[in-house]
Design a protein around this ligand. Structure first.
Ligand SMILES: [Zn+2]
Ligand SMILES: [Zn+2]
Length: 338
């Protein structure tokens, strides 16, 4: 098979021929149809995640077809269409797992494309517990970004405590935010998109936003306050100052959900204390969360807007994603052999 590997930290991508891997017990092999390129793939490319063994094939936004099933796999069958995301597996028996906090497993946490080879390849193997069912109506390229960018925004929203009709603001309408606005509007929230520049207003409305705030032309906190304050803000941007500028727009009991990796954030304790407000982070989700994201997206018409590249052009596709100029996600469309 063909695969695109990172030979060592900071090494250039290499297109290589590899043996097609065989699934071990409780794992399956997947013929990859598409794999999204996520900013977190830079952890592999740059070697900033501790303990990665190289060469490593990155990629944790995968849609494909089960092509071989290892021993002791219940439920999953040859020919099923599945997705694999960031969360590759967890121990299932130690304290964090016993509390259901699978993402926090500190014994045997598996991360796709980091602890084992990911989806920049024609085939990959994955633990059965990492699999999500994919609705027929979703194409592979459409579905792939939902396996990380999608589940992160979807899961942050549905775990935010907001109820139908509440004011929910999405800060930033890039790779994460353009999905966040669509999810928020379709979940029944009074959805406010916040971004820089007047020109993005029409696009935000197309995505389903009820209000658009241009943070360059106005004070986003004041504008949110005029709408009664935001019960939830989903902060997708990577700029701490842009986040700080919105904090004052939280309603009493409001929650500021951070999913964009920005620098240190300064928060006025009085704002938190006086209104019982909070700032929290959100990780992506496990396989069942991804499956719910795919299902919700298919039934409610949420679409990731993607630029597709063939596997051979993964290096160029990766640079495109890292440049921040892609509209809005970059996906490898992979035609496996056989
Ligand atoms: Zn990701
Ligand atoms: Zn565990």
């Amino acid at each position: 098979m063909h695969a695109m590997q990172v030979p060592q930290p900071k090494g250039a991508f290499e297109l290589v021929e590899r043996e097609i891997p065989e699934p071990q017990a409780k794992w399956v092999r997947i013929k990859v149809q598409a794999c999204g390129i996520c900013h977190s793939d830079s952890l592999v490319k740059d070697g900033t995640w501790p303990g990665i063994q190289y060469p490593r094939i990155p990629g944790h936004e995968i849609i494909g077809i089960i092509d071989a099933v290892g021993p002791d796999v219940a439920e999953w069958k040859l020919g099923q269409r599945v997705g694999v995301g960031w969360h590759g597996g967890n121990c299932g028996y130690y304290d964090h797992c016993r509390r259901g906090d699978f993402f926090a497993c500190n014994v045997a946490l598996l991360t796709t494309g980091i602890s084992f080879d990911g989806g920049y390849a024609e085939y990959m193997v994955a633990p059965a517990e990492a699999l999500a069912r994919v609705p027929d109506e979703l194409s592979a390229v459409d579905g792939a970004p939902l396996m990380c960018a999608g589940v992160t925004t979807f899961n942050a929203l549905r775990n935010s405590g907001a109820k139908g009709g509440d004011v929910v603001a999405v800060l930033g309408i890039g790779g994460l935010g353009h999905l966040g606005v669509q999810f928020a509007a379709r979940m029944g929230f009074k959805t406010v998109a916040i971004a820089r520049g007047k020109d993005k207003g029409a696009f935000a409305k197309e995505l389903g936003a009820h209000h658009y705030i241009d943070s360059q032309a106005s004070d986003p906190a004041a504008e949110l306050t005029k709408l009664g304050g935001a019960k939830v803000v989903i902060a997708t941007v990577t700029n701490a100052d842009a986040m700080t500028a919105v904090l004052g727009g939280l309603a009493p009991n409001g929650v500021f959900m951070v999913i964009g990796a920005a620098g240190p954030l300064s928060v006025d304790p009085i704002l938190l204390i006086s209104g019982c407000r909070s700032v929290k982070g959100w990780y992506s989700g496990t396989a069942i969360d991804s499956q719910d994201t795919l299902s919700f997206s298919a039934s409610s018409g949420v679409h990731s807007m993607n630029e597709a590249f063939p596997l051979e052009r993964a290096a160029e596709a990766y640079e495109r994603m890292m440049s921040g100029k892609a509209r809005f996600r970059v996906v490898l469309s992979i035609e496996g052999k056989g």
